[in-house]
Design a protein around this ligand. Structure first.
Ligand SMILES: [Zn+2]
Length: 123
């Protein structure tokens, strides 16, 4: 084609490089953390939750939710997904072991690999 503009070859490599960079960033980001506030209409309770989810390339990733209500009630929930990889599964147990039972009214952990769960606390 003829044009007054001088065309150059598309710098394919730079795009490829960008993709690589993005992949590298995702690879380095090990956890996704979200905080949200929930209001329970019926009880008039405000709850604030911090969710941590391990970003894993091999499974859905273990997660934990630490929630505190404005009544001072604090709960920890740890979840190991079905078909969790070894690392995520171990992480779930590590989270459980690391949690101070005195800091929570209630700790709940679910291991979907074995379909087992444990409850620690006053209920
Ligand atoms: Zn995993």
């Amino acid at each position: 084609m003829i044009s007054k503009y001088r065309f150059r070859q598309q710098p394919v490599n730079s795009w490829r490089q960008r993709d690589n960079d993005r992949q590298r960033l995702v690879g380095e980001k090990k956890f996704e953390e979200r905080t949200r506030r929930i209001f329970y209409d019926t009880d008039g309770i405000h709850e604030s939750q911090t969710e941590q989810n391990r970003l894993c390339q091999h499974c859905a990733g273990a997660w934990q939710i630490d929630s505190t209500s404005d009544r001072g009630y604090r709960i920890l929930a740890v979840h190991i997904p079905r078909k969790a990889c070894k690392t995520c599964r171990q992480l779930g147990y590590d989270w459980l072991d690391a949690a101070d039972p005195d800091a929570y009214h209630f700790i709940f952990m679910q291991d979907r690999v074995k379909d087992e769960f444990v409850q620690i606390g006053d209920h």
